[in-house]
Design a protein around this ligand. Structure first.
Ligand SMILES: C[S@@+](CC[C@H](N)C(=O)[O-])C[C@H]1O[C@@H](n2cnc3c(N)ncnc32)[C@H](O)[C@@H]1O
Length: 609
């Protein structure tokens, strides 16, 4: 399809022209004519030049695709959504096989479909789900599309072009099935978080089915007016909620008793801090939830989103049902495990995968977060400027290479620093130790403060002049707010400028049992990765044995956030509830003496089982 997309990039961008191009080409490509549908009539081209473009476009399209199908039309509609809208509206459309799985499952729970059946997508995009639902209803009941569109199918989207395209899609879908009529759609341009169906539908008593793919937009990209409307939904009261979070509550409250919700959605609400209020909400309502978790598998092409199918029946249930589907091939019917709400913890996050096994690791011993502090390292917000691997050194200077230029930096203003993410592999620790320009001095209370500019310039003229050359870059940090820092050469954040004596470095994401490095050096710093820190070496020696074990890796694989290619996150809630064995002095000495890997595994297995 690359040539099709390249062709579209050269065409006028206005929605009306694009819709016209697609509609006219679709009708021509499928040998269809519409005499009665006003939406189609509005877009069919009659101008000679436009018709020539349609022929060009169709020729390119049909050299890639066997036919101009409704699915091709949906993918074209998705392609023409601007990158900016994709970012702030989360406009990514759902593939057919996922829509089908969701629609089939939801319909299987609706008894006696009729013209009274009401189905909604409250963030409908160009209407893929609504089209599938209408076709299914048409097949099952024989109702005309006119009745279905006017009485059964409801859609909302915040973008006017989405609603317009849903009208187009539904119109041509009916035409393909032989129904050429004009439709009075129940489609609304609105923010779904502020929409009252009771207002537009006087006899509204809830939907039988809600389906869709709510927008995934992370908090920092959500426009302020949408953030304001999110506040009215109690599920948004934890952390910085992503935009998909309130769509669960909106849907739940818009369902009839016994109604069913089917979403494809981001799977992080099960564990994330910003999903906590949502988990509480589910614990309070106890709906019948079924999750098919895709874990690290990617469903949406060219995007890194970690998703699941989420079904909710508005009826009380004791348990949540969970299955994983992370094989390359799609297998919808996976065996579910049943986990009682009572044994799930909304605060810690839902451990649905290998639930009982995880409970053992999380109940026996001392939770890591109480055992030892973790640190994430410093945040300069311009590591390229501050961190470097010296190309050479002498007694007074490190030399750093920037293109053809060799820059001198005084050794005394530098610290050693490690990116512990590099530890996921066979590297020699000393080879990953870099230098960082550290324009700070210790204060009386053991903290760090920025060295005054005149002192900096006088004592370390080479480092000062290097940073001065980078001043414009440094001032652009924090979207230009860096001008408000205590000094233009201060780091972006003040975290982790001092660390306890001992550090147990480990990577933030890994695809194999952990390799940790325990270093006793008060001035060694950290960026990017993570470290457990302490002033007691023994504490970290025990932790090192545990973290490097298969037992711990087994826990990470079951509980951690999976990424593509077998990587798992070791951040925050992914590991902090794991319990380190509570050992007597004798047991501790025993464990520390062990060097054989198998013996260490046995020791730990014995402890946890
Ligand atoms: C992930 S797309 C899903 C589209 C369609 N349901 C599908 O799966 O193919 C999300 C849609 O939500 C819409 N949207 C974003 N914020 C919204 C809001 N506050 N209210 C209603 N729709 C919204 C976007 O315009 C976009 O069309």
């Amino acid at each position: 399809m690359i040539k099709v997309f390249q062709y579209l990039k050269r065409q006028p961008k206005d929605t009306s022209f694009i819709n016209g191009l697609f509609v006219t080409a679709f009708l021509k490509g499928n040998g269809l004519i519409s005499l009665h549908n006003s939406v189609i009539a509005e877009y069919v081209f009659s101008d000679e030049a436009d018709l020539k473009r349609v022929d060009e476009f169709l020729a390119i399209l049909l050299s890639y695709e066997k036919e101009f199908s409704l699915e091709v039309l949906i993918s074209l509609f998705e392609f023409v959504v601007s990158p900016a809208d994709k970012k702030v509206d989360g406009a990514v459309y759902t593939p057919k096989y996922i829509r089908k799985t969701i629609i089939d499952k939801c319909f299987s729970k609706v008894t006696n479909c009729s013209k009274k059946t009401r189905i909604a997508d409250i963030a409908c995009g160009c209407g893929g789900f609504l089209m599938d639902a209408a076709q299914k209803l048409h097949q099952q009941t024989g109702l005309s599309y006119k009745v279905i569109y006017e009485e059964c199918i409801f859609g909302i989207d915040i973008q006017p072009y989405s609603i317009e395209r849903t009208k187009v899609l539904l119109s041509v879908a009916a035409l393909v099935d032989g129904e050429d009529a004009d439709f009075d759609f129940r489609l609304f341009i609105h923010n779904a978080l502020d929409f009252d169906f009771g207002y537009v539908l006087p006899d509204f008593s809830g939907f039988d089915v809600i389906v869709g793919n709510p927008p995934y937009v992370c908090s920092r990209y959500i426009p302020q007016h949408i953030k304001d409307s999110m506040k009215q939904w109690s599920v948004c009261s934890a952390g910085h909620p992503d935009l998909y979070i309130p769509f669960f509550q909106v849907a739940f409250e818009s369902l009839k008793p016994n109604g069913i919700l089917g979403y494809i959605t981001v799977n992080s609400f099960m564990k994330s801090l910003n999903g906590k209020a949502l988990r509480y909400y589910f614990h309070e309502k106890k709906p019948l939830i079924e999750i098919l978790d895709f874990r690290g598998k990617q469903i949406f092409k060219k995007r890194s989103t970690y998703t699941c199918l989420f079904f909710l029946r508005k009826q009380e249930s004791k348990s949540v049902y969970y299955a994983i589907n992370d094989e390359p091939k799609y297998l919808p019917d996976k065996r579910q495990t049943k986990v009682d709400y009572q044994t799930l913890d909304p605060i810690k996050g839902w451990t649905l995968n290998r639930h009982h096994e995880i409970l053992v690791y999380e109940q026996k011993g001392i939770p890591i977060k109480e055992y030892c502090q973790t640190r994430h390292g410093i945040a300069t917000l311009s590591n390229k400027t501050y961190v470097f691997m010296p190309s050479s050194e002498d007694e007074r200077y490190y030399y750093l290479q920037r293109g053809n230029e060799t820059i001198r930096i005084e050794r005394d203003i530098c610290r050693s620093i490690v990116n512990s993410n590099k530890l996921n592999g066979e590297v020699n620790f000393s080879s990953i130790v870099e230098k960082i320009v550290f324009p700070y001095k210790p204060t009386e209370n053991g903290r760090m403060s920025v060295i005054e500019e005149d002192v900096f310039a006088e004592k370390y003229p080479e480092a000062y002049s290097y940073l001065l050359g980078e001043r414009t870059v440094l001032e652009k940090r924090d979207k230009g707010q860096a001008k408000d820092y205590v000094s233009w050469y201060a780091y972006g954040r003040t975290q982790s400028l001092t660390l306890p004596y001992y550090k147990l470095f480990f990577p933030k994401i890994a695809n194999r049992p952990l390799r940790c490095e325990l270093i006793g050096d008060p001035s060694l710093m950290l960026y990017n990765g993570m470290a457990f820190v302490s002033d007691e070496e023994e504490r970290l020696l025990v932790l090192k044995k545990v973290l490097e074990s298969e037992v711990f890796w087994n826990y990470v694989v079951a509980n951690g956030k999976p990424y593509m290619s077998g990587f798992y996150s070791l951040n925050g809630s992914n590991i902090l509830h794991f319990c380190v064995p509570k050992l007597s002095n004798e047991e501790k000495v025993g464990l520390l003496k062990l060097v054989d890997k198998r013996e260490i595994e046995h020791f730990l297995m014995d402890y946890y089982t």
